[in-house]
Write a protein that binds this ligand. Structure first.
Ligand SMILES: NC(=O)C1=CN([C@@H]2O[C@H](COP(=O)(O)OP(=O)(O)OC[C@H]3O[C@@H](n4cnc5c(N)ncnc54)[C@H](O)[C@@H]3O)[C@@H](O)[C@H]2O)C=CC1
Ligand SMILES: O=C([O-])CC(=O)C(=O)O
Length: 312
């Protein structure tokens, strides 16, 4: 008998949830249960069946099912929450807070009921505050409630740098700290092309433009799509985090983590460099920041705190 397949539940079968489900299955990370509200049960089952029917063509062994019944998520190894509303042009992520906080609470209760030992990764925006909400509602240890922002924000930064230098994206590394908003802090000092500091390859002005584009990268897509937000790169980001956890890879990836004094903040979820492995967030990596970097991070943390205050 081989190893038992992992079970991954993806809550929310919209653009990000469905795309994530497909990527998880294509990488054979486990069997995927896609969950949505009762009104969306048939479309959710339809999407799941359609993905399953791609499996013989692409040759992946993963079951994909759709449901509106949380019993089907029982004993999930990993739960990914994408449920909720997305922003439209003219809105900020923070405008979603009240609606999505209610959704986080009800979803978390159901998830915890059937999978008390699972690890949860949250995507729903405003994601720093929504991860905090899920943490409080779940009663889980902090290492098992994680938010996604930094992998995506870093991916955008890496894309723009690769375009600028006409180099493979594979050789570009980036580093983004802070909340998933326009105040996020891309750290040039820790970003490289094939081990060469970016500051040696790109002018300061161009680097500043790339940082600015990264900060508003989500909004750029929202404006182009017109009726929703990004989902391919977000789904790819969730998939890499899922892989790190399910395969116990201990990867160094940025995650939204619960801070208890790290970087000088407490009782807040914020994007920081972490080690992701079988236990979820296995470690938070603390770096020394320059005064300017710390000031930028303080500003980002303040934005997240102001959203948390709305929920208090
Ligand atoms: N953290 C990040 O980097 C990113 C966050 N997001 C956020 O992810 C969320 C989802 O985005 P999309 O998938 O594009 O939206 P979408 O509108 O395509 O899908 C959301 C789905 O959630 C479902 N849903 C609503 N209430 C639910 C409940 N109580 N239980 C289960 N399902 C429920 C809806 O029926 C819908 O199918 C948004 O809040 C968006 O802002 C999106 C991209 C990146
Ligand atoms: O911009 C949005 O609303 C969705 C999101 O978080 C992103 O794509 O970074």
């Amino acid at each position: 008998m081989g190893n038992k397949r992992k079970k991954i539940s993806v809550i929310g079968s919209g653009f990000t949830g469905a795309t994530t489900a497909l990527m998880l299955a294509q990488k054979e990370l486990g069997d995927v249960v896609l969950v949505d509200i009762p009104n969306m049960e048939n479309p959710t089952k339809g999407k799941a069946l359609d993905m399953l029917e791609a499996s013989p063509v692409q040759g992946f062994d993963a079951n994909v099912t759709g449901t509106a019944n949380y019993e089907d998520t029982k004993e999930s190894d990993l739960v990914i929450i994408t449920a909720g509303i997305a922003r439209k042009p003219g809105m900020s992520r923070d405008d979603l807070v009240n609606t999505n906080a209610k959704i986080m609470k009800s979803v978390t209760q159901e998830v915890v009921k059937y999978s008390p030992e699972t690890t949860i990764v949250v995507l729903t925006n405003p994601v720093d505050a929504m991860t905090y909400t899920v943490y409080k509602e779940s009663g889980f240890p902090k290492e098992r409630v994680i938010g996604q922002s930094g992998v995506l924000d870093t991916a955008r930064f890496r894309t723009f740098v690769a375009q600028e230098l006409n180099l493979s994206v594979k050789d570009i590394t980036g580093f983004v700290l802070g909340g998933h908003g326009d105040d996020m802090v891309p750290l040039i000092r820790y970003s490289y092309a094939g081990g060469i500091p970016l500051e040696k390859l790109i002018s300061k002005d161009r680097l500043e433009e790339i940082v600015a584009r990264t900060r508003t990268g989500g909004g750029e897509i929202v404006n182009l799509l017109g009726n929703g937000s990004a989902y391919y790169a977000p789904a790819a980001s969730l998939t890499v985090m899922a892989e790190a956890i399910l395969k116990d890879q201990r990867r160094v990836l940025p995650s939204i983590a619960y801070l208890e004094g790290e970087y000088g903040y407490s009782d807040i979820y914020l994007g920081v460099p972490t080690i992701l492995g079988g236990n979820g967030i296995e470690e938070i990596i603390e770096l020394e920041l320059t005064a300017d970097e710390k000031a930028a991070l303080d500003k980002s943390a303040e934005s997240v705190k102001s959203v948390l205050k709305v929920l208090a």
